[in-house]
Ligand binder design. Structure first.
Ligand code: FES
Length: 359
């Protein structure tokens, strides 16, 4: 994994997708083209100053690989500083600091494969799914895709027209089920919400749960967990189910609970390895996260959500032990291999060495 880095990019286009969602396309200069090459389903972290505050947020890329553009979609959330700014004030010509693409919400493309893909998305959870869907349909001509997309009303469906066009372009290979929670059921539209009942209903029809090669779930945590469990119960192999959360139900992260380990001192010594350099500081066992402490000591480490969701702050433990309060993004093998989310990590041993240069 290359070390993520910020670069100033100029906005080429702001396109209104719905009343509260704008998509933003960036110009990528030729000398940065390699650094901004992305895989379907990845996200960008955007950084800017709003008033006196430095704000950074992650947004999924909605372009397909090979479409020749780098575009994210930003849905306005109530009280959201950046999302309100993006929807009301950003315009072509503005420059944002953009971090190189990150994220592993994808499976490798195999042009000769004939796979069955399924995606369950709610609201702006469609954004990475859009990138995956367009890439798969264009680059795996024998694969098919079923999209289940939940919204409140027809007018809140992001990319509605583009999805219709895709359905017409890929007749027989793309099936879309719109699920609307605040509109009466009618032809082509399902009422209600995405949940276990709907998964069971779909899997009782022509879609066989055990035949799903890759299921992509993106939305709020309760929906994603319910769909994941229902798919697994219907027979989809758990390894084929891929999850991306936006927002978590955990609003305040508790300090990591202390395990009964060797902590004879009041504070641990933390060493951060980054870009071949080493920075050391001490940190109380039950205090702030390693990421926050490192920033307070002048380190410039990558981060975005600080909630254990985005994985931007991932690093590898070289010495010692930490405890993570939350982990919504590391795979079990990564935890096994010693990777941690530093925004969620607090020391458990007297000495901890953390490597941000580890691939
Ligand atoms: S900053 Fe997002 S998981 Fe740590």
């Amino acid at each position: 994994m290359t070390t993520p880095s910020f670069h100033p990019l100029t906005i080429r286009e702001c396109r209104r997708e719905t009343a509260d969602t704008v998509s933003i396309a960036f110009d990528v200069p030729a000398d940065l083209a390699d650094r901004f090459r992305f895989v379907q389903g990845q996200y960008l972290t955007l950084k800017t100053r709003i008033g006196d505050e430095e704000v950074r947020r992650s947004y999924s890329i909605c372009s397909g690989v090979g479409e020749g553009e780098l575009r994210v979609a930003v849905k306005k959330v109530d009280g959201g500083l950046f999302s309100t700014h993006a929807n009301q004030s950003l315009a072509p010509g503005a420059v944002l600091e953009v971090m190189t693409p990150m994220g592993r919400f994808h499976t490798p493309i195999a042009p000769d494969a004939a796979r069955t893909y399924v995606a369950f998305a709610a609201g702006s959870g469609i954004t990475p799914v859009m990138s995956i869907l367009k890439t798969v349909l264009a680059q795996e001509p024998k694969s098919r895709f079923v999209l289940v997309y939940g919204n409140r009303t027809v007018s809140s469906i992001i990319f509605r027209e583009e999805l219709e066009d895709l359905k017409n372009r890929y007749i027989g290979r793309l099936v879309i089920h719109h699920v609307l929670s605040r509109e009466p059921e009618e032809a082509g539209l399902l009422g209600g919400r995405i949940g276990a009942g709907l998964v069971r209903e779909l899997c009782a029809g022509p879609l066989k749960a055990e035949d799903i090669d890759a299921a992509f779930l993106c939305g709020p945590q309760p929906m994603v967990e319910e769909v994941r469990d229902a798919l697994a119960a219907c027979g989809t192999p758990p390894a084929n189910i891929h999850v991306e959360l936006f927002g978590t139900t955990t609003s305040a992260r508790p300090a990591a609970k202390m395990a009964a380990t060797d902590t004879p001192t009041d504070a641990a010594t933390i060493a951060i390895l980054q870009d071949g350099k080493r920075k050391e500081f001490t940190l109380a066992y039950d205090g702030e996260s390693i990421l926050d402490a490192a920033h307070r000591h002048g380190a410039d480490l990558p981060y975005s959500c600080k909630s254990g969701v985005c994985c931007t702050c991932r690093a590898k433990i070289r010495e010692g032990k930490v405890e993570m309060a939350e982990n919504y993004s590391l795979e079990p093998w990564e935890v096994e291999a010693g990777y941690v989310l530093t925004c969620q990590s607090r020391p458990l041993t007297e000495r901890v060495v953390i490597d941000f240069d580890a691939a």
